[in-house]
Design a protein around this ligand. Structure first.
Ligand code: EPZ
Length: 419
């Protein structure tokens, strides 16, 4: 099992370059299946969720080259729409392949993705929307088979919740459908706009991405394209929160500051000074962070659920009491039990966490429950005096590129151990 050994109590300082977006890369890689020409991608992060996605693409018949953050995908050889169970299980979000393989092959056979550490992760919104486009759906014994032998037809789809994944699946499925598809109550995250930019670069006709109504005019065929994935706003925000919890000064470059507005607001409420430039954000932490009355996670442009765990960890050393309300996922506080080992004073009641700021945190030996919960534990370890251990960091590897090296470059004393 891989672990981090962290000697905390050191202020993070310096500059870091933000990785490419995980949440953008996964649907964009899946969408390559729509095109039988070679696609060039840049700024793809070196994380294990991308590795799992590449495994599925290869299984489906794609030829992939990878050099650092540059990738080429040749999907001309795609010969099946069946994704085996073991590959589906490697990454919960592999449901994002549904729309792409169905649109390309006329059939998709996947296993129900199942829940994960932060919730049940149902896919009813995906399936209801895909069926509106004319797919026949058989959902039994843990297997989901979607067929559209005559191809998909454009339709009007209203999502009961602005689901990121469901919006992405419908956008991708609609690209080669006959006629126009309109998605209402679509997710507005920046990664939706990034996906639309990629699809349009291949010759699709997507408009309104980033707003609540997205229109996709079906086209017959796509052509080769090149695309650079946007920066990962969650990874960038995590580094800023790390600067805040350690009383340091951190500049994250290669960011799109507008994507972090709701997070920057909370960091400033907690007392940090923020300097925004065109492609970077500098955070200077105060001597002691202030509590924040209410942090409520919401769909974009609200405060993102993925940065809730790191920000909750940050609030553990603030002065006063903060209230965190998680409105997106039903069990996204699994990491709190581990945070308490550091001396954090947090009470969880359903979707609400009440954080009573502590004067200091103490080194602890902890286990990572999930991707962003793991990041929260790392931040607590960076702030705690003494040597902490954060175990089972495979969760962190899913979404943070070489996290220990990134933090060490910011003056953290962190090393990775393999047992
Ligand atoms: C994406 O998950 C991200 N995952 C999540 O990041 C992120 O937290 C989430 O969007 C919200 O921003 C990837 O991009 C791989 P949703 P997704 O569909 O698409 C419910 C991370 O840490 N829902 O917007 O699954 C669902 O249960 C991960 O990087 C349904 O009820 O999120 C949840 O309560 C975690 N039925 C809410 O909607 C559905 O069919 C939001 O889910 C789909 C979703």
């Amino acid at each position: 099992m891989s672990s981090y050994k962290i000697c905390g109590g050191r202020a993070l300082k310096g500059e870091s370059f933000c990785q490419g977006s995980k949440t953008s890369s996964l649907p964009i890689l899946a969408a390559c299946i729509l095109c039988d020409r070679t696609v060039e991608l840049d700024n793809i992060p070196d994380i294990t969720d991308v590795d799992a996605t590449v495994k599925i693409l290869t299984w489906l018949g794609c030829r992939i080259t990878r050099s650092g953050r540059h990738m080429t995908v040749d999907a001309s050889g795609v010969h099946t729409g069946e994704i085996p169970d073991d590959l589906m299980r490697e990454m919960r979000s592999s449901v994002i392949f549904l729309g792409a393989v169905l649109a390309r092959t006329g059939r998709a056979l996947i296993s129900a993705p199942g829940g994960c550490e932060i919730g049940l992760r149902p896919i009813d919104l995906h399936l209801n929307a895909i069926s509106k486009l004319g797919a026949q759906i058989e959902n039994s014994a843990g297997k989901i088979e979607c067929t559209a032998p005559e191809g998909l037809k454009g339709a009007s789809v209203t999502l009961s919740f602005p689901s990121v994944g469901a919006t992405e699946n419908v956008m991708i499925a609609a690209v080669l459908a006959q006629g126009e598809t309109v998605i209402r109550n679509a997710a507005r995250e920046p990664e939706i706009s990034d996906l639309a930019d990629f699809l349009n670069a291949m010759g699709a006709k997507v408009s309104g991405a980033g707003e609540s109504t997205v229109r996709i005019e079906g086209v017959k065929r796509l052509h080769a394209a090149a695309h650079t994935v946007i920066p990962d706003r969650i990874a960038g925000a995590t580094l800023l929160a790390a600067g805040a919890i350690t009383g340091g000064s951190v500049r994250v470059r290669g960011l799109i500051p507008a994507h972090l507005e709701p997070v920057i607001d909370i960091l400033e409420q907690a007392g940090s000074e923020i300097e925004i430039r065109s492609d970077s954000v500098l955070l200077r932490a105060p001597q002691r962070l202030r509590c924040v009355k209410t942090v409520r996670t919401m769909p974009y442009p609200g405060f993102p659920t993925d940065i809730q765990p790191p920000v909750t960890a940050m609030l553990c050393v603030s002065r006063g009491t903060s209230v965190v309300i998680e409105t997106i996922f039903e069990s996204r506080y699994k990491y709190v039990g581990e945070l308490v080992r550091f001396g954090a004073k947090i009470r969880v009641d359903g979707r609400m966490a009440v954080v009573e700021g502590a004067d200091r945190l103490y080194a602890a030996n902890t286990v990572t429950p999930d991707l962003r919960g793991g990041a929260a534990l790392v931040l607590a370890a960076l702030a705690a005096e003494g040597e902490s251990t954060v175990n089972d960091i495979r969760h962190i590897d899913r979404g943070y590129e070489d996290f220990s090296r990134t933090l060490a470059a910011l003056n953290a004393d962190v090393r990775r151990t393999e047992e």
